[in-house]
Design a protein around this ligand. Structure first.
Ligand SMILES: [Zn+2]
Length: 363
């Protein structure tokens, strides 16, 4: 079977920090079709623009002037005051923004200590919307707010683009092929132990006790989204035909980006779900490698439907660089701790054996 498979790591997905750079570097120029995957509790694929938003992730650093906060505060210009004014301004403005927008911030630098007028402070914003023009509009508004906060405090502001993402848009032709493979593989056979753990966790976190899903999803026509999470694979999806399969390696109902989502990862639930997902990936790749018409149709859809009116434009400027230093300190602190828990298949039959955990352990 002739053809080349390339594997692209989803580096810094949660920071929306790499795919736009991959695109800018031309990594996909010779790629026919992209088969992406994401962990889920569902076994599903989709097409068109789903509920995901795109975003710009941006850090504003304010620069003021230090002074003794009690003896001569009038000699200082507080960068923290600028951060606080920007945040208050944004939260007032939020009421008058489109319902589809999602915006959030954290203060990554709040100054050093109270008796020093903070000369440096910084705030990090995610601005999410449903399409490029609206994301751009929100981003421009954020920049205006930052400039205004700087003016109010006699400080200056610099900004750094940390990440960006287009809203995802997946290919109908490949999705229709892939869903057949999902149906052929079917949901994993969950054991009583798997279901017991899933239900116990759902009960523990106060969610509906539904257990693990036992049916794969149908392919549905896309509905207009009302805003939600983002994924920087969106940038890839606007440059070549792409699908994004959700594979069932997690427990339904649990909160994303929290400890709840980490529970299933060392269990047979994740192992079975990942194996099922891998089978569908392989089957879909075989379809693509053996059926040139499928690839042709996927590109026809990409050119004549998806990108008929909307052309990809990167949020990245030519000088923007990936924020690869961002989690360096955390990684230095935690990596040695994590290493202690690396799985040693030579000594233990399963990872749970290594951890000394009886499966399932529930209240
Ligand atoms: Zn994710």
């Amino acid at each position: 079977m002739p053809g080349t498979l390339k594997l692209y790591p989803g580096v810094a997905e949660e920071l929306l920090g790499s795919k736009a750079y991959y695109v800018r570097a031309g990594l996909f120029r010779d790629v026919d079709v992209m088969l992406g995957v994401h962990v889920s509790s569902e076994f599903a694929t989709s097409y068109g623009q789903g509920g995901m938003s795109g975003l710009v992730s941006i850090q504003y650093s304010f620069h003021g002037k230090a002074a003794h906060a009690a003896a001569d505060p009038w000699d200082g210009h507080s960068a923290l005051a600028a951060v606080e004014l920007m945040d208050v301004g944004w939260d007032f403005r939020r009421e008058y923004l489109r319902l589809q927008q999602r915006s959030h911030h954290v203060i990554f630098n709040g100054g050093d200590q109270p008796n020093v007028v903070p000369p440096e402070a910084g705030v990090w914003y995610y601005f999410r919307e449903m399409d490029y023009p609206h994301i751009k509009e929100l981003y421009d508004l954020g920049n205006t707010m930052a400039d205004a906060a700087a003016m109010m405090t006699s400080t200056t502001v610099t900004r750094r683009l940390v990440g960006s993402a287009w809203p995802t848009y997946f290919n109908k032709v490949i999705a229709e092929d892939q869903v057949k493979n999902i149906q052929a593989v079917g949901m994993p056979q969950w054991s009583d132990a798997d279901q017991t753990l899933a239900k116990a966790l759902q009960k523990e976190v106060g969610k509906e006790v539904t257990g693990l899903k036992t049916k794969v999803n149908e392919l549905k026509a896309p509905e207009p989204g009302t805003g939600g999470g983002s994924d920087d694979v969106g940038d890839i999806s606007w440059n070549l035909p792409m699908v994004y399969m959700m594979y069932p390696a997690n427990i339904p109902e649990v909160a994303g980006h929290s400890w709840e989502s980490g529970v299933a990862m060392a269990t047979p639930i994740a192992h079975k779900g990942s194996t099922a997902g891998a089978k569908v990936q392989a089957m879909t790749a075989i379809d693509i490698l053996t059926d040139p018409v499928l690839v042709q149709q996927a590109w026809d859809y990409f050119r004549t439907v998806q990108t008929k009116d909307i052309k990809y434009e990167s949020f990245l400027g030519p000088a923007d660089k990936p924020a690869i230093e961002l989690n360096k300190d955390k990684m230095a602190q935690y990596l040695p701790e994590l290493r202690k828990y690396y799985y040693d298949p030579a000594k233990y039959k399963t990872y749970l054996d290594q951890l000394g955990i009886k499966y399932p352990t529930v209240k």
